[in-house]
Design a protein around this ligand. Structure first.
Ligand code: SAM
Length: 260
């Protein structure tokens, strides 16, 4: 199965490309959207142009669109882009194909962000050439923000590679230097009690179950919207760095282009 076929199938099954369990997806995606948006707004004074690489159904592009003048969002699969254009459109977002992505000229973006995508580029050469392309596409002093899984036990399945934080850093080190490195658990693990309280609510259990049964259509979208309404209101969404060693989790690397 090609990478693109895998993601197309996930879209068909779940209506998006995130976690298969609807309660986990809703909880974790809300956390990711909030903390990454807050991070960008707090740390970058003005972002005129951004590239969302591996945009999925466009959750991040839509969430960031009020704060960034122009966002170009690209994905490997056209059916995913088609859903993004319907569910998450905005005047300043251009959803483009992988072919069009490779035609973009040098020095086009102030910021490139990519959320849980590079871990799925299983071929090392493809990954390195992608990072070179990011370097070329970024303007002088441009930033690359990467949020990926890490694991100290290396391994690879057909759709995902896992590597340690040090290995992630090493891959970028020739072209980028790390300005911020934040290591977290997966949010539903970090916010364990809040997440379990959410997941145990009868309405959440019922909606998750229905979402699993109905597949990726309109009924699923309705379930996901209701699940979002049921999210805990009091949860303080902050990027909480983990204390102590953890074997696996998520790492946010924010890097600046080496201007050599
Ligand atoms: C786990 S989803 C993340 C989607 C989105 N970034 C988000 O966080 O909501 C991974 C996405 O990356 C896309 N993808 C996988 N490999 C890719 C590649 N080589 N180039 C571009 N997109 C890719 C998939 O189609 C899928 O939409």
């Amino acid at each position: 199965m090609s990478n693109s076929t895998y993601w197309k199938q996930r879209l068909k099954k779940h209506g998006h490309t995130g976690w298969g369990n609807a309660a986990v997806y809703v909880f974790d995606q809300k956390y990711r959207l909030d903390v990454i948006k807050k991070f960008i707004l707090d740390n970058f004074s003005k972002v005129a142009t951004a590239l969302d690489y591996g945009c999925g159904v466009g959750d991040f592009a839509k969430c960031l669109s009020p704060n960034i003048e122009r966002i170009v969002a690209v994905d490997i699969d056209q059916s995913i882009l088609d859903v993004a254009k319907v569910n998450n459109s905005a005047d300043n977002i251009d959803y483009i194909s992988q072919d069009d992505f490779f035609k973009i000229g040098k020095d086009s973006f102030d910021l490139i962000y990519t959320v849980t995508v590079l871990q799925h580029v299983t071929n090392k050469e493809d990954l390195l050439s992608l990072i070179e392309k990011f370097n070329e596409l970024l303007k002088k002093n441009g930033h690359l923000l990467v949020y990926e899984s890490f694991s100290n036990k290396n391994g690879q399945s057909f759709y995902q590679r896992t590597q340690s934080v040090a290995e992630w850093e090493r891959i970028f080190s020739e072209l980028f230097y790390v300005k911020y490195k934040i290591i977290t658990r997966k949010s539903f693990e970090d916010f364990k009690s809040e997440f379990l309280a959410f997941q145990r609510k009868p309405a959440v259990r019922m909606l998750s179950r229905i979402s699993n049964i109905v597949g990726g259509g309109i009924a699923n979208r309705i379930c996901l919207s209701w699940l979002k309404i049921l999210l805990p209101k009091q949860l303080k969404f902050e990027l909480r760095a983990s204390h102590g060693d953890i074997e696996s989790g998520m790492v946010l690397l924010v890097m600046e282009k080496r201007n050599v």
